[in-house]
Design a protein around this ligand. Structure first.
Ligand code: ZN
Length: 98
């Protein structure tokens, strides 16, 4: 039997083992050879990291990661939470003095 493959998310740092890379992909992970910006877990969106870079993308998602720290990781990707993060970021950017 092949040994499992282990991935650590670039965004939240969560590590998970899968039987195959295809199993990880089917579980919602962004991993090679299916994605170039990888590995990313099923709960972290790729677009902010692709657009802003890894560090800024991680900072955007950091409040979510810290909440997972005490509430536990959710079972599914939360679209509403991501929209709220984007709205907050937009409001903060608009409020910056020029
Ligand atoms: Zn993640």
């Amino acid at each position: 039997m092949k040994p499992p493959v282990t991935y650590t998310c670039l965004c939240c740092g969560h590590t998970q083992a899968f039987a195959t890379s295809t199993a990880a992909y089917e579980a919602g992970w962004d991993i090679a050879p299916f994605f170039t910006l990888q590995p990313l877990c099923s709960l972290c969106p790729a677009a902010p990291l692709a657009m802003k870079g890894i560090e800024a993308g991680r900072m955007r998602h950091a409040p979510v990661h810290s909440r997972w720290g005490w509430e536990g990781r959710p079972r599914e990707f939360d679209v509403h939470q991501e929209i709220l993060l984007d709205i907050n970021e937009h409001i903060l950017a608009e409020g910056k003095p020029s």
